[in-house]
Structure formats: structure tokens, C-alpha cells
Design a protein around this ligand. Structure first.
Ligand code: DX5
Ligand code: ZN
Length: 224
């Protein structure tokens, strides 16, 4: 039986009552809080930083998964670690030295992950698997919630799954495979079949009237 994790993106939450939105989604059965950081430089949008991470940290025991859509990356890593992040992921395009940034994240006590945009090839994984705890495949171009799932991401998920399985066979160590963008109740089963085990969903959960029913519907699809 595979382990699946649901990670609501607070990008689609009501920011006027963010603390309640975090508490509600965890009470509704979510496993992880996905925290989207945008800098209006690497991506054309501006969101939230370490102060907001620090503010929500006491509200939940669930891991906070910080997705850095920023350039440069390194100066923010210690700040988010101090603010209570558990996982920090970044895009290879955002860092001059990917290996160094991955090591920095772990040195700060967090799990580390690399994020792949729809057009970013997976060869960035070739020499850093030992430093990774998670691989994040973007199924939209980063910058906004509420976009449609790009079907080509399924092929990339399959390829990432092959690499992770081969690595686990060789080393005994697992790496999580997360997907981000356009994940809904009606496509989550197909995305899981392509190899994802961790599912970011923003608008599908926060746009629904009943968070618990939506997360339960996603889990029911994953159990099929
Ligand atoms: C997009 C963000 C996503 C976004 C997903 O750049 O990284 O995490 O919030 O939102 P949905 O699930 O609505 O596509
Ligand atoms: Zn994200």
C-alpha cells in the first residue's frame, strides 16, 4: 500500500483569516501545509515570506512545505528554517549552485527538494539524488493558483518515478515525489498512477465549500 499525502496550498486560502484557514484544512484531514513564496522576479507574482511562516508555525504539527519561487534562493533558506519550515524546495534556475543550496537547506535542519517547471529537464537530478528528500514536478507554470493541469507533466512524473525507484533499490532510501498545479478530485488518480505520492492542491481545496469532503474525495480516488 503506497503512502499518499495531501498538501493544500495556502495560496488559495483567504488571507484575511489565514490562521483559521490553516487550522481548518488540517482538521479537514490534510497532511502538509504547502507554502508558496513568490518574489515578483523569478515569477510574476508576490506572496508571503518568513514572517508569515513563523506566524502559522504554532498552529499545527503538520509539516510546512515551503516552495521557493525566488531568485536568488540562498539568503531565504536560513530565514525559513528559523521560521519553522520542515521542507524547503527551490527551482534550479533560481540558484547558481544547486548542490550548495541543497546542502545549505539540510544544514539548516530541513528536508530539501528540487522543483521542475514544465519545460525544465530532469537532468538536473543526475548528480544530486543523495542530497534530495523530495522532487517536485510542476504541472503548471509557476506564479498563480487556479491554472489547468498540463498533461505532459504525467510523462515527467513517470520518468521521475523511475529515477526514484532505481535510487531506492540501490540505496534503500526513499525520495518523495510531489506534484503541484491543477490537481483536482477528478484527475488525482491518474496523477498518482503516473507516480506522484504527494499532492499539492490549492484552488481544488480552498475553493470548495467543504474542505473535509474534498480531501476525503481525493483520498477515495487514491484508494481506487
Ligand atoms: C503555483 C503554485 C501552486 C498553486 C497551486 O505557482 O506553486 O502551489 O498554489 O494551485 P492550484 O492547485 O490551484 O493549481
Ligand atoms: Zn507551490
Amino acid at each position: 500500500m503506497r503512502t499518499f499525502r495531501i498538501a493544500p496550498s495556502i495560496l488559495s486560502a483567504n488571507f484575511a483569516c489565514l490562521g483559521q484557514e490553516v487550522t481548518d484544512v488540517i482538521a479537514a484531514g490534510a497532511d502538509i501545509i504547502h507554502f508558496d513564496v513568490m518574489d515578483n522576479h523569478y515569477v510574476p507574482n508576490l506572496t508571503i515570506g518568513p514572517l508569515v511562516c513563523e506566524a502559522i508555525r504554532p498552529l499545527t504539527q503538520a509539516p510546512i512545505d515551503v516552495h521557493l519561487m525566488v531568485k536568488p534562493v540562498d539568503s531565504l533558506v536560513p530565514m525559513f528554517a528559523k521560521a519553522g519550515a520542515n521542507l524547503i524546495t527551490f527551482h534550479p534556475e533560481g540558484s547558481e549552485h544547486v548542490d550548495r543550496t541543497l546542502a545549505l537547506i539540510r544544514d539548516c535542519g530541513c528536508k530539501a527538494g528540487l522543483v521542475f517547471n514544465p519545460a525544465t529537464p530532469l537532468h538536473h537530478l543526475d548528480h544530486v539524488m543523495d542530497k534530495l528528500d523530495m522532487i517536485l514536478i510542476m504541472s503548471v507554470n509557476p506564479g498563480f493558483g487556479g491554472q489547468s493541469f498540463i498533461p505532459q507533466a504525467l510523462n515527467k512524473l513517470r520518468e521521475a518515478r523511475r529515477r526514484i525507484d532505481a535510487y531506492r533499490e540501490a540505496t534503500g532510501r526513499d525520495i518523495w515525489l510531489e506534484v503541484d498545479g491543477g490537481v483536482k478530485v477528478d484527475n488525482i488518480a491518474e496523477i498518482a498512477a503516473a507516480g506522484a505520492d504527494t499532492f499539492v492542491a490549492g484552488s481544488a481545496i480552498y475553493g470548495a465549500d467543504d474542505y473535509a469532503a474534498t480531501i476525503a474525495a481525493m483520498r477515495a480516488e487514491l484508494a481506487k
